[in-house]
Design a protein around this ligand. Structure first.
Ligand code: RRO
Length: 296
């Protein structure tokens, strides 16, 4: 009852692990898949190994987390084995990839094999990467087009909410041939230690995730659903089954869950059983609730 086909991938349910959480090793991705996820997305992988920003790189704040991990990753050259191990769980494995140029994206997408690619054009705090590229529609279109023209797997583009008009970026991804957009990455933020007067994060600034950003994400998904023809994948602050339903009603074909996995690794099976019960009680299908909030 929750199964769907998303950009050609068969998912047993619309609940996926978001990039950045438990996504660095095949073992942890596999464990999340065994906890009921319909698909899993890896930590963002780049061309060269990176240690990331200095600590503290993740802190808890009111209703969420602030992170400035700084794209730590082992490089795509050392990552295929992790994807293969994750695939043992039998669900699609999506490689989140980042680059500083079209050529870098092409190099990585050309070398890695995954069930889909999620292009990270939205990390809010990495010089030369992520949102520095993803706030420019011309570059988003160019990168989406280049990767799509060579990749053997579907191409998703993950969008930043830190723009005036997310629809214009989503439309650029669609023009470039992206198969789906993913909304949203973290919201720019920072915290200051009042005893010392210093910013707390090693990088000073970071990205806010968790419950606090859900209304921002819902609005982005709602707007993108109206503007685009390709599917929108919703992410941002999902903590329980009601949140997942809300995203689908806003227009998300599927959702990704990140911060909340830290508190409950079996959140995917918990949410899917509650979603099933809700749909049965209401006599609705997944399709019935998809975009329901637009049917006014
Ligand atoms: O690694 C990070 O610091 C990071 C990434 Br790649 C991202 O896309 N979003 C985020 O909040 N942190």
């Amino acid at each position: 009852m929750l199964a769907l086909t998303l950009t050609g991938l068969k998912l047993r349910n619309p609940l996926m692990l978001a990039a950045g959480i438990m996504g660095t090793t095949g073992g942890s991705l596999k464990r999340v898949a065994e906890g009921g996820a319909g698909a899993v997305v890896t930590k963002s992988i780049g061309k060269e190994p990176r240690r990331g920003h200095s600590n503290p790189s993740m802190i808890e704040v009111d209703s969420g987390y602030l992170n400035a991990m700084g794209l730590p990753n082992p490089s795509y050259r050392d990552f295929q084995g992790e994807i293969e191990r994750a695939r043992e769980a039998g669900v699609p494995v999506i490689a989140s990839i980042f680059g500083g140029s079209t050529e870098e994206f092409l190099e990585i997408a050309g070398a890695l094999r995954a069930d889909a690619f999620e292009l990270n054009l939205s990390c809010p705090h990495a010089c030369g990467y992520g949102a520095e590229i993803g706030t420019r529609p011309d570059l988003v279109e160019e990168i989406a087009r280049a990767v799509k023209s060579t990749a053997r797997s579907p191409v998703w583009v993950k969008l930043t909410p830190n723009v005036t008009d997310i629809k214009s970026i989503g439309l650029a991804a669609q023009r470039g041939g992206a198969d789906a957009v993913v909304a949203i990455n973290t919201v720019r933020g920072m915290a200051i230690d009042i005893e010392s007067g210093y910013p707390i994060l090693g990088n000073r600034f970071g990205g806010l995730s968790g419950r606090a950003i859900k209304p921002v994400a819902i609005r982005c998904v709602y707007d993108l659903y109206e503007a685009l023809d390709i599917p929108v994948i919703g992410v941002g602050g999902i903590s329980d089954w009601r949140d997942a339903i809300e995203f689908i009603m806003a227009g998300a074909r599927a959702v990704e869950i990140g911060s909340a996995v830290g508190n409950n690794i079996n959140i995917f099976s918990d949410i899917s059983s509650c979603m099933r019960e809700f749909l049965v009680e209401k006599e609705w299908t997944l399709n019935d609730i998809y975009g329901m909030a637009h049917e006014l």
